[in-house]
Design a protein. Sequence first.
Length: 220
Amino acid sequence: ASFIIEKSFDVYELFYVLEQLEILKDVAELASLVLVVLGLVLWDRARIRRIEFFKESANIDNLTKLNNYGFFKKAAQRRFAMAKEYSQSAAVVFIDVDHFKPYNDQYGHEAGNYALREVANTLRDALRADDLVARYGGEEFIAFLVAHSKELVGVVERLRIAILNHCNPMASKLIKRQITVSIGVAQIDGHHQNLDDLIEAADLQMYKAKENGRDQISVA
């Protein structure tokens, strides 16, 4: 009888061990499932971040880190339509770095690229947070400003002065000579049926500023 009882305890112990192993198996399966779900969540978040990064990269100019012209055109179209609908005062501002090709030729493309980045940084810092500014291409920049006509020239003049103050050898040793810009401004009026008309008018005024001696503003 004692032998049977002793063996019975062994069986109970065996059942206990098997029960514990079954519990461990369930825990392991649950842990594996949790790891799989966590991995999928992390992968999805990384995928979303990659998508957001590529979307943002597609809108940014590589050299200056300003918006590129493609992004500007879409965003400015919406602002132009809103300004027309609500009779807001708004304008396109065209900015061109004066004598940039001779600067590049004399000091090299690296110096030219640095100068463009400094101009871009100055524009970004000088404009208001809700103003839209982008690199148009080459040494040209473009902005869409919503401002009352009486304030507009003052805002644009501050841009010109800011570039004079920050883009020169005294402010940065990597700037080889004083950088100036010619600026054309075109305000929305009844003649501008679309954004392209306004951009063309601002571009024309920029060329007038160059013809009149550069380092100045010309307003349509």
